[in-house]
Design a protein around this ligand. Sequence first.
Ligand SMILES: [Fe+2]
Ligand SMILES: [Fe+2]
Length: 219
Amino acid sequence: MSDEKQHASGDVEAGDTSKRVGMEAIRERGVDPEELREKLIDAVGAEFTTYYYYTNLRMHLAGHEDYKEITEDARLEDRAHFELVAPRIYELGGHLPNDIRDFADRASCPDAELPVPMGGDEPDHVEDLDAESILEVLLEAERCAIRTWSEVCDMTQGKDPRTYDMAQRILQEEVEHEAWFIELLSMERDGEINPAGHFIRGEPGDAPYSTNRRINDSA
Ligand SMILES: [Fe+2]
Ligand SMILES: [Fe+2]
């Protein structure tokens, strides 16, 4: 008899699709799943917008091919972070905003814009752009990401293993990204050697910790 099995039934009625045991289980352990999923929407909003903004920042690092390559790794890994966590929002009964403008507005980190005034769609003074100022924008974006995913780790550790696992994997890459841009900015701005401790990815945007493996992906 299935009724004799310890976990065969619980507070959610059999067949009730209006509730999720996956949400109630973490609520019982002290996480507010609705609060968490809203924070995750804000966090992946920042990953998605940063992916967009890094595209533009990378474009403007002409002449610094090594910087472009590393920015490309960080850019593609932010997309991986968005894709890793987006399904979790639905598992927690939420959804992505229908309007991308709403999504961008609620992102939990500032827009990583080109560090020059924008007139219309173009920067006003491209000739004033330098690698140092772009690296400073990249560095602060990584720091915001570290703060964000550290907060999610704190909220979920020991209570929501699935979200915690995602957040800690993303955090590992964000910490590496910060180290990359500290190394580059230290040399570019101050002429100082400040090693990151590691080298670029084997493949662009490899996302060694956070890649959301796809169907038919045999890697
Ligand atoms: Fe990220
Ligand atoms: Fe990052």
